[in-house]
Design a protein around this ligand. Structure first.
Ligand SMILES: Nc1ncnc2c1ncn2[C@@H]1O[C@H](COP(=O)(O)OP(=O)(O)OP(=O)(O)O)[C@@H](O)[C@H]1O
Ligand SMILES: [Mg+2]
Length: 361
C-alpha cells in the first residue's frame, strides 16, 4: 500500500499542510525543528493511534489548538480503489472515518494503513522494556491474523477483571475462576500466534541481519511466553496467593518477551550502540519484508533521521534494499541523501521549512 496524499491539521507546529507523496523514496529535507519528524508522526498516528514520540498528552496537538486531524488517500496496491481515511482528536476522544463515513472502531482505520518505523528511539526494541517487543509482534499479528485482535482484547479484558478482583479485601473465588478461564483460553491462543510468527520471522531476519551485521554471526530468536511451560490455567491458579499479595497478575502473555541471540555476541549488553541500532533496523526491514510476503503488498516504511543513525555503508545498504523493493519509503534528514545511482527516478525530495512543505518536481 502507499500514501498518495497526506493532510495534516494542527499537529505540532503544523497549522495545515498537504503533501502529495509518490511511490518509491520520499525524502524530507530541512533544518532542525522544521517539522520533518512531525510529518512521520502524523503517518504513524494515522496507522496506530499514537506517535512513536508518545501520545496526545505529549504535545501532539499544536499549542493553542483544541483538536488535530490527519487525513490520507491510500492506494491499497491490490487492484482495489483508493481509500480515504482520517482520524480526528477533539478535546477528549478520537473519531475516525473511512471513505467519508464515520467508523465506530479506530482499529478499522489502523487496519487500512500498515506502517513500520525506524527512528532514533527505536533502539528500545532491544534496550527497552518487553512492552516494545510485544508491541512489535502484535503489530504484525494485528495485520496478518484476523482472529488475533479479538483474542488480544478478550485477554486484556479478563486480565483487567482479574487484577481488579485481586485488589478486593475478600476475593470472590468463583469470579476469579471465571476470569481465569477466559484469560487462559484467549491467552493460549494469542501465544500460539506469537510463537508461530516468531518462527516465520526468524529466517527473514537472519537473511537481513547477515548483510547488516555479518560480524555477529548466526542469530537465533528466543521466545518467552510469559509464564512457565505448563498450561496457562494452571499457572494462573498457582500464582493466586502471590498475585493477591502483590495486587496484580504476575504470569501470562502480558509478560511475554523475545530476544535475539547472536553467535558471536553473547548477550544484548555486549551490543555496541551501533550494533543495537542495526539489529533494530534489521528487525524493522525483515518485518516489512515478511508483511509483504504475507499480504502481497508492502507496508509504508518510515525512517527518521536515517543518515545520523547509520554510517555511510549501512545507509547505502538500507536505501539500496528499499529502493529496489516495492515499498513506499518516507525518510527524513537535515541534508539530501546519497540516492542509489540508477534509482533517481524513484526518489522525490520535499523541502520542509517552518511548517511548510515544498515538493521538488
Ligand atoms: N505542540 C506543539 N505546538 C507547536 N509547535 C510544536 C509542538 N510540538 C513541537 N513543536 C515544534 O515543532 C517542531 C518539531 O518539529 P520536528 O521534531 O518535526 O522537527 P524536525 O524537522 O524533525 O527537526 P530535527 O531535525 O531537529 O529532528 C519544533 O520546532 C517544535 O518546537
Ligand atoms: Mg526530527
Amino acid at each position: 500500500m502507499w500514501i498518495e496524499r497526506l493532510r495534516i491539521e494542527r499537529l505540532r507546529l503544523f497549522e495545515e499542510v498537504e503533501l502529495g507523496f509518490r511511490r518509491g523514496l520520499n525524502v524530507l529535507v530541512g533544518a532542525n525543528g522544521a517539522g520533518k519528524t512531525s510529518v512521520l508522526e502524523a503517518v504513524h498516528v494515522l496507522a496506530n493511534g499514537r506517535s512513536f514520540r508518545g501520545n496526545v498528552r505529549d504535545g501532539l496537538i499544536r499549542s493553542g489548538s483544541a483538536a488535530l486531524r490527519i487525513y490520507a488517500e491510500l492506494d491499497p496496491d491490490d487492484g482495489s480503489t483508493v481509500r480515504r481515511i482520517g482520524v480526528e482528536r477533539g478535546t477528549r476522544d478520537w473519531s475516525a472515518r473511512i471513505d467519508g463515513s464515520p467508523v465506530p472502531l479506530l482499529s478499522d482505520v489502523y487496519r487500512e494503513l500498515a506502517v513500520v518505523c525506524f527512528e532514533p528511539g527505536s533502539h528500545a526494541l532491544i534496550a527497552g522494556t518487553s512492552e516494545h517487543r510485544r508491541r512489535f509482534l502484535d503489530w504484525a499479528l494485528f495485520h496478518v491474523e484476523h482472529a488475533f485482535l479479538a483474542d488480544w482484547r478478550g485477554y486484556q479484558r479478563a486480565l483487567r477483571q482479574r487484577n481488579a478482583l485481586l485488589k478486593q479485601p475478600a476475593v470472590d473465588v468463583a469470579l476469579l475462576d471465571a476470569w481465569e478461564a477466559d484469560m487462559a483460553q484467549a491467552g493460549e491462543r494469542l501465544t500460539v500466534h506469537r510463537r508461530d510468527y516468531l518462527a516465520r520471522f526468524e529466517p527473514v531476519l537472519l537473511d537481513v541481519a547477515r548483510r547488516f551485521l555479518p560480524e555477529a554471526g548466526q542469530l537465533e530468536l528466543r521466545f518467552q511466553q510469559g509464564w512457565g511451560d505448563r498450561p496457562l490455567a494452571d499457572a494462573l491458579q498457582n500464582a493466586r496467593n502471590r498475585d493477591m499479595a502483590i495486587g496484580h497478575t504476575t504470569v501470562g502473555p502480558h509478560r511475554a518477551d523475545w530476544e535475539i541471540r547472536y553467535e558471536r555476541l553473547p548477550s544484548r549488553e555486549t551490543f555496541s550502540r551501533g550494533q543495537e541500532k542495526l539489529t533494530v533496523l534489521a528487525c524493522v526491514l525483515a518485518q516489512a519484508e515478511l508483511f509483504a510476503a504475507d499480504r502481497g503488498s508492502w507496508p509504508v516504511v518510515l525512517l527518521d533521521d536515517l543518515a545520523s543513525e547509520l554510517d555511510a555503508g549501512h545507509l547505502a545498504l538500507t536505501l539500496d534494499r528499499l529502493v529496489h523493493s516495492a515499498a513506499q519509503v518516507l525518510v527524513t534528514g537535515t541534508a539530501a541523501l546519497p540516492i542509489v545511482s540508477g534509482a533517481e527516478d524513484r526518489a522525490t525530495v520535499f523541502h520542509v521549512e517552518h511548517a511548510r512543505v515544498r515538493r521538488e518536481d
